[in-house]
Structures are given as C-alpha cells and as structure tokens.
Design a protein around this ligand. Structure first.
Ligand SMILES: Cc1cc2nc3c(=O)[nH]c(=O)nc-3n(C[C@H](O)[C@H](O)[C@H](O)COP(=O)(O)OP(=O)(O)OC[C@H]3O[C@@H](n4cnc5c(N)ncnc54)[C@H](O)[C@@H]3O)c2cc1C
Length: 474
C-alpha cells in the first residue's frame, strides 16, 4: 500500500485547488482520486466571483491566470452567454435592478473581477496544473479505516457507480460497459485525508456515522427545486414579444413577482431565469416545492406543475405560453440540497424544506473534521446555486486549508493528531460565520435585498480580505 502525506478524495474544483495549493507549498507526496470512470465533459457553467478568484490567486498565481484565461476562452466559444448585463425584472418586464458583468467593472468595485467558466473546463484547467500521475480517475472511495499513524483509504476501481440522488448531472457515462468488468479493490495510506467529494460526500458519511451528528451525514432538502427546459422553438410573434418585454437584446433575464416580496418578504415565490436568442428559448424556474409535490413527476406532469405555480404567482400569459410549449422530453427537475453551515445559528428555510430536527442536546455544530480527516467545499457546506457561491466558497476553504496543512507540515506535525485537530478547528472557525451569511442570503434571496443591503452583502462577500484573515489565523 502506497503511503501519501495527503490523499484528496474528489477531483472537483475544490479538491484540485487544494491539491495545487499543497503541491506549490512543497507538499508533493499527494494523491487526488475521483470516482468518475474517466474525466469527461459534464456540469454546468460556474460564475467565479471576486472572492473565489482572490482565493485562487492566493492558492497559486499561475493557476489563477490559467483559470481566467480559460474563462475568457469559454466565453468566446459560447457567444450565447455573452451578456453585457444581468437584469432583474418584474412581471411587466420593468427593470428592478441590473448588474454589469464585465471583468474590469467588477475589478473596480471589488478589487477582483468575475469569470464564467464551465465546470469541466475549470476542472480540466486545474487538473493540468498538477503532474498527471497525481490525479487518478476510476477510484471510488468507499471506506476509511483509522490505523495507528495513518488512515487507510479504500477504493474501488471499475465499480458500477451506485445511483446518486443528489447528482447535478448524469454521472454514469452511457458508453461505459461497467457490467463487463469486475470491481477491483485498491487502498492507499494517508497521514491526512481531505474530503472534497461533493454534496453527497462519502467521507462526510464516514466521519458522521456512529456520532451524535449521524442525521447530518446526508444532505437535507433545502425546500427549493428547479424546473427547467431549453431548446424551445417559438413562433416569431411569441419570440419577438419575449425579447421586447423581457430580454431587450440581452440573452438572459430573471423575472419575479416583486409585489409578493414587497407585501410579504418572508414569502418565497417562483423566479424565472429566461434565456433565448432568435427563436429558441429556455428557462429555469426556481421555486419552493416539497419533495412530495415533485415526486414521480416528469414530462407533461412537470409542465403542468410549473404552470400551476406560475399561475398562483400571477405570471403573464407570454411566460406561461413559453412553458406550455416545452417539449416533454426536454423538461427536467432538479432538487436542491444543503449541508447547513450551522444548526445553532438560525438560518431560515421555506416551509417546503425537509430538515433534520435538531436534538435539544446538540448545542454545537457538527465539526468538519475527525482525527486525520477534514471536509472542504460542498462536502462541508453544499447549498443551492442561487447566489453563485458554492464553488467560490469552496475555493476559499481550499486557500485556508492549504495554509493550515502547509503550517502543520512545516512544523513536522503531520503525525500529531492533536495539532491537526487544533488547525482544523481554526480553519472551521474562520470559515463557518461567512458561510452562514452566504447560505442565509442564498435561501432568503438577495432579490428581496434593498440596494443598501445588497451593497453591504456584496462588500462583505466579495471585498473581504481573506489573506489577512488567514495570516491572523496562525
Ligand atoms: C446549476 C448549478 C449552477 C451553479 N453555479 C455556480 C456558480 O455560478 N458559482 C459557484 O460558485 N458555484 C455554482 N454552483 C455550485 C458548484 O458547482 C459547486 O459548489 C462546486 O462544484 C463544488 O465543488 P466541490 O469540488 O466541492 O464538489 P464537486 O464539484 O461536486 O466535486 C466533487 C468530486 O468528487 C467526486 N466524488 C464524489 N464521491 C466520490 C467518492 N466516493 N470517491 C472519489 N471521488 C468522489 C465527484 O466525481 C466529483 O468530481 C452551481 C451548481 C449548480 C447545480
């Protein structure tokens, strides 16, 4: 069994960024493993915002430059998403607010810009910063075993992927011929294991099982879901109307019934992200629905459900007509889950959420570490994507934890579990408060923020001096 200083489980953006940070701080005896059978193009677009880019710059300047460059390329190759501004509109199409999206404008406001990049392009760019033999696909971690001075990381290769109810994309490659190959067991030894394996984290389940926090091992349903369709071909008449009222030459707009929010800021109602060009349109409707309401719904049933919710929220006929024309085979639902950043701070959820009820005796939040194992990114605090902060917050984790581990290594403390626990608790103490704020803003959307509140939140999240906070941590 090969022994590493650090094994990172999960080659998503956060696991890879962490590995790059460690490698560049001289911790080169590392391995990153991922359960995917082969790295392939999956995932959605990610907005990297000033705080995430600043964290990346702290982790490694060359990586930061490479990611920005890949972001520019991804935008050029996908002209459709070139949107000079992102607008928020009411049901009549009147602009409530708008944000410029140019990199330089954001630099002026927050000391760093923003970049849109595909998840896979981000993963590939990060992967290329590390020697190829340090990042292995086809290694699904299935168990961790604590041994005297290390952790044994048990993996399966060629294993059939078990269904992942929380997956953001289809994890099984239809070209894989899983059944023909037998699963092979493989183990690695690690002085330290980083669980960067996403919202349905195996590592989280392993460290919480048999503890008072076992109920928090799996993600909780946030109460929000998305119903989405693309590729809807419309008549000239309807497409002109949508363009004239809502898009006004942009390729995307978010539409809300702001009178509901004004009358009752506590009430959650649907928001539609409308996108389109020429005569082909699509939408993502984010809405508070219970899992029960969504159960076993697909095709026309899902279209009907979306129409009913839009009707209740008084959405105009043009938008309902768009939804009614969604091809049945293209309509998709996506449920959003969360790992609450805190169970002691009261984060408010819609009534449709299905959260674990908190035992009176649990006064402390579940820690993100146990012994030689620590969680980062979605595995620690996955959340719905409404504020575009999942990956950005994960990159902040990566910046903080690489620094903590580099300090442990510099002081020869990779065999000292007491020093490790202390370092991980400090990491968590720095990260948790901002995550509570971000999760709260995500759930009680910034759409209901006044301009002053919005500016305050943006400054807190985008302009925070992470480097200073990391330096103060030591
Ligand atoms: C529609 C949508 C839009 C989003 N938009 C944004 C945005 O604009 N900005 C933003 O910051 N965030 C956004 N996010 C969130 C963002 O995608 C996640 O927060 C981010 O990908 C988390 O990174 P991660 O590395 O922690 O986990 P992941 O990206 O989930 O990566 C985890 C990796 O671990 C691997 N893995 C899982 N289990 C195992 C195992 N047992 N063994 C080995 N490997 C394993 C997986 O294959 C995967 O490669 C969005 C999410 C969605 C769904």
């Amino acid at each position: 069994m090969k022994i590493y200083d650090v094994v990172v489980v999960g080659a998503g953006p956060v696991g890879l960024a962490t590995a790059i940070g460690l490698y560049n701080r001289g911790i080169t005896n590392i391995l990153v493993i991922d359960r995917t059978r082969a790295f392939r193009r999956v995932g959605q677009s990610i907005d990297l915002l000033p705080n995430g880019l600043k964290a990346l710059k702290y982790i490694d300047f060359n990586t930061y430059e490479a990611v920005k460059e890949a972001g520019f390329k991804s935008l050029e190759s996908n002209n459709f998403w070139r949107k000079p501004e992102s607008t928020l509109r009411n049901l009549a199409g009147t602009k409530i607010s708008s944000d410029v999206l140019e990199y330089d404008d954001w630099c002026r406001m927050y000391g760093e810009g923003r970049k849109t990049i595909g998840w896979y392009d981000l993963q590939t760019t990060l992967r290329k910063q590390l020697p190829a033999d340090l990042v292995l696909a086809n290694r699904r971690c299935v168990n961790l075993v604590e041994e005297s001075d290390l952790v044994r990381v048990d993996c399966l290769c060629n294993a059939q992927l078990e269904a992942n109810p929380y997956a953001y994309w289809q994890e099984h490659d239809p070209d894989d011929s899983d059944c023909e190959i037998e699963a092979i067991e493989k183990s690695f030894g690690a002085k330290l294991v980083i669980g960067a394996d996403g919202i349905n984290s195996t590592i989280r389940q392993i460290i919480y099982q048999d503890s008072a926090y076992a109920a928090f091992a799996r993600p909780e349903y946030s109460g929000f879901a998305a119903i989405t369709s693309s590729g809807i071909e419309l008549s000239n008449h309807l497409s002109n109307k949508l363009d004239k009222i809502f898009l006004e030459g942009n390729s995307v707009a978010t539409i809300i019934n702001n009178s509901i929010a004004q009358k009752n800021p506590e009430k959650d109602s649907p928001r539609m992200v409308l996108f389109g060009r020429d005569r082909t349109f699509g939408y993502i409707i984010h809405l508070p629905l219970s899992q029960q309401e969504l159960k076993q719904k697909s095709g026309q049933n899902l279209i009907n459900l979306a129409l009913k919710e839009l009707e209740i929220a008084d959405f105009p006929e043009t938008l309902k007509e768009l939804v009614a024309r969604s091809p049945e085979y293209r309509i998709v639902k996506r449920l959003y889950y969360i790992h609450r950043a805190s169970i002691s701070d009261n984060i408010s959820f819609p009534t449709t959420a299905e959260l674990v009820s908190i035992d009176r005796d649990l006064t402390l939040d579940p820690t993100w570490n146990r012994g030689r194992v620590v969680l980062v990114g979605d595995a620690a605090h996955g959340m719905p994507p409404f504020s575009s902060q999942g990956a950005n917050q994960g990159l902040e984790d990566a910046a903080v934890i690489t620094n903590s581990i580099a300090n442990l290594a510099a002081e020869n403390n990779l065999d000292n579990t007491e020093a490790m626990t202390l370092a991980f608790l400090k990491y968590e103490k720095l990260r948790r408060p901002i995550l509570v704020k971000v999760q709260q803003a995500t759930l009680k959307q910034h759409f209901s923020f006044s301009e002053t509140e919005k500016q305050k939140y943006n400054r807190e999240v985008y302009s925070r001096n992470l480097e200073e906070a990391i330096t103060a941590l030591v």
